[in-house]
Each structure stands twice: as structure tokens, then as C-alpha cells.
Design a protein around this ligand. Sequence first.
Ligand code: ADP
Ligand code: MG
Length: 139
Amino acid sequence: MGIEQTLSIVKPDAVAKGVIGKIVDRFESRGLRIAGMKKIQLSTADVEAFYAVHKERGFFKDLVKYMSSGPVVAMVLEGENAVIENRIIMGATDPKNAVAGTIRADFAESIEANAVHGSDSDENAKKEIAFFFSKREIL
Ligand code: ADP
Ligand code: MG
């Protein structure tokens, strides 16, 4: 375990609601450092590539539409066990199942528009960070 990096995305619903700062505070308050950060508008092709693992799922088309519907904020979070810590801070995919006090319990609209993305493993974190950030953007 030790110090890890993971990718977080503040999704379009949360950016539109104006809760970027509140979400960033959840990470910093729990000891995850912001090592990289950018606001970016994803294209359809960007989202199709980023979420390629879900391309056979029934919700894929809607997911691509939603994730490209407005700007997102991508972040590299760094800290002790960052991958798992971020998943705990985020809460369950469906906000109805998310533990009180998690980002998704407090800010998600639905199972689709669920406020944040977080890498699910160290291996995927490395790939997802490389998708958004160059080395000189991670400090
Ligand atoms: P997580 O984001 O918690 O890792 P998944 O990797 O399973 O969840 O799914 C990726 C994203 O796809 C979710 O965050 C959500 O935006 C969307 N999604 C997942 N399941 C559904 C569903 N049943 N219906 C609609 N959208 C979904
Ligand atoms: Mg996932």
C-alpha cells in the first residue's frame, strides 16, 4: 500500500451545481493531497475511450452523453492508500446506497449523475491518470 495516486473526476452534474470546492474539501480534509487538477470538456470520443470497459453495458450510451454534457474537473489525489480512501470518501455508485457523509450521499442526483468518478484499482489509477495528465502537470 503506502503512498498512492488515484484519479478523481468531479462529474458534470456536480460542476453545474457549483460544488467543486465542497468536493475538493472532502479530499483535503481527509488527508488526500491535490497533486494535479484541471477543468476539461470531454468529447464523445474521450468518454468512449475513458469508459471503454463499460461499452457492453446497457447504460453506456447515456453515460457517454452525460459525461460529455458539460465540463468536468479531473484531479490526481495523493496519499496513504489513496485508491481505497477515495472510494470510501465517494460512497456507493447509487446514492441511495451511499453511506451518510459521503460525497455521493450528499451531492449525487442519481445512479448515473453521481457527482464523482474514482479509480477502482492501482493499475486503473495509473492508466486513468495518464489519460488526463502529463508528468509535468502532477506536482
Ligand atoms: P463507479 O463509478 O462507482 O466505479 P461503475 O464503474 O460501475 O461505478 O460505473 C461507472 C459509471 O457509470 C457510474 O459512476 C455511473 O455514472 C454510471 N452507471 C453505473 N451503473 C449505472 C446504471 N445502472 N445506470 C446508469 N448509469 C450507471
Ligand atoms: Mg468504476
